[in-house]
Design a binder for this molecule. Sequence first.
Ligand SMILES: Nc1ncnc2c1ncn2[C@@H]1O[C@H](COP(=O)(O)OP(=O)(O)O)[C@@H](O)[C@H]1O
Ligand SMILES: [Mg+2]
Length: 201
Amino acid sequence: MDATCVYKPIAGERPLWDFPDGTLAFREVAAFAVSEACGWDLVPPTVLRDGPFGLGMVQLWIDVDESVDIVALSRSDHPDLRRMAVFDAVVNNADRKGGHLLPREDGHVHGVDHGVCFSVEDKLRTLLWQWRGRRLSDDAVATLTELAADLAKGRPLHRELAGLLARSEVNATVRRVSRLLATGRYPEPSEDWPAIPWPPY
Ligand SMILES: Nc1ncnc2c1ncn2[C@@H]1O[C@H](COP(=O)(O)OP(=O)(O)O)[C@@H](O)[C@H]1O
Ligand SMILES: [Mg+2]
């Protein structure tokens, strides 16, 4: 079967001060693995693949509903965005801006561009703060509980992440899930890190 895809070759990655060079494609695939484990279908299918410019991440292209107002969507209480806020806290997403929300015509919302996730340091930077400090839903708690089990050493998800991220980054992911379960609440914006992406959209 043919499918239209996004291809981001590792060789084309721009160096960033706060992430090791040549690792963004792996972070994108790791984000898909976590999204799949959550069962929320947030990240479009994403794989590592060789292409004309070498190894890179390849992601299924999503046809977006162009009539959706992204600013309004990003401020809404859409259930997919609630889940995305939890997902972003787990993967430590440093760049959840408006352009990274892809609303489909059937109303489902995907998230893309997860190259700057999984830092060991807290770098959550997002537009989706509307639930900050609020209690997580039972659904989110159940999902995080399963995710914690899936992240145990020896489990397939742990093994997959260990092949894509540094060991310290996998461990930090485990700790973020534990922290979310311990507080039972959406995270609050940090005071020592810009909590909103610039530009936001
Ligand atoms: N899987 C996808 N399906 C459809 N559009 C996408 C997909 N991934 C990215 N895009 C579009 O391309 C833009 C740039 O992609 P992004 O992943 O943010 O790349 P970059 O790493 O260059 O910021 C996104 O804001 C979005 O509009
Ligand atoms: Mg982007």
